[in-house]
Design a protein around this ligand. Structure first.
Ligand SMILES: [Zn+2]
Length: 262
């Protein structure tokens, strides 16, 4: 199997060989888009929110200067951050000024692990892992921490951690970490969240074991289908609404107006 490192972690080859949290999410959202990505036929366009997140992560990792040097398009000719990215510096300041958060961010940074779970070999990058305190921490940059997100399957509002699948990610990372290092129990898992508001909001978010077990059971239920599609045994289904589906859409029928919100 491919030996993962910082240069090939996000490569096509790595995505073809390994499952990851983001690939799982891709398959759950739109199988055809996920397959187009795995086959190297389609890529998500560059995304400002992602770049902002990478900037804050680079700081947490202690690599902000290198990140700045390799992302010169973030800066004006005068070497100042473009206004739209200045929020990132505010977010870093907010984190840096909080002793509790700085305490939780101590540990190994960006540790790459691989582990077999639910019939597949997964890769994950742990933002912070602290062996002494038996803790893993994931840093999230979000629009607002207390925002309400409509979940059409549940028919209610949920927080960003549920809406973006972050509880699943934390449960998965805790399980992969447990398997990779061979301990019998989960490390404590936390999300350190910082918002893009001015001034930014911040929170340390925990989750309970019961929800973690539920999240892992759901992944195990969904993996046989995902593996069948990824290995070419089953035809991928289109979600019909994502960017990829809109770009490749061909109409062959009329839709009833009552179906537009389904
Ligand atoms: Zn789609």
């Amino acid at each position: 199997m491919l030996e993962l490192n910082n240069n090939n972690y996000f490569s096509l080859e790595a995505d073809q060989e390994f499952m990851s949290n983001s690939q799982y999410k891709d398959f759950r959202d739109c199988e055809e888009r996920a397959m187009a990505k795995v086959r190297g036929l389609w890529k998500e366009p560059p995304n400002e929110a992602l770049l902002l997140g990478s900037y804050v992560h680079a700081w947490a990792e202690g690599n902000l200067e290198e990140f700045k040097a390799s992302n010169s398009d973030l800066f004006t000719n005068k070497g100042e951050l473009y206004a739209k990215y200045k929020t990132a510096d505010l977010m870093i300041e907010t984190l840096a000024n909080d002793p509790f958060i700085m305490f939780l961010l101590q540990g190994e940074k960006e540790t790459i692990i691989t582990a077999e779970f639910a019939g597949a070999v997964w890769k994950a990058k742990l933002d912070v892992r602290n062996e002494e305190s038996e803790r893993i921490v994931d840093l999230k940059t979000v629009r607002d921490i207390r925002g309400k997100h409509w979940d059409k399957n549940l028919g209610c509002y949920v927080s960003f951690v549920e809406a973006f699948g972050y509880l699943r990610q934390m449960a998965l990372y805790a399980e992969l970490e447990r398997i990779y290092y061979g301990h019998s129990h989960f490390y404590e898992t936390y999300i350190v969240a910082v918002s893009k508001e001015d001034p930014p909001d911040k929170e340390v978010i925990g989750m309970d074991q019961h929800r973690m077990d539920e999240e892992l059971a759901e992944i195990e239920r969904n993996m046989p289908r995902i593996l069948a599609v990824k290995s070419g045994f089953e035809e991928p289904k289109r979600c019909g609404t994502c960017r990829y589906c809109r770009e490749t859409k061909q109409l062959n029928k009329v839709v009833h107006y009552m179906d537009l919100l389904v």
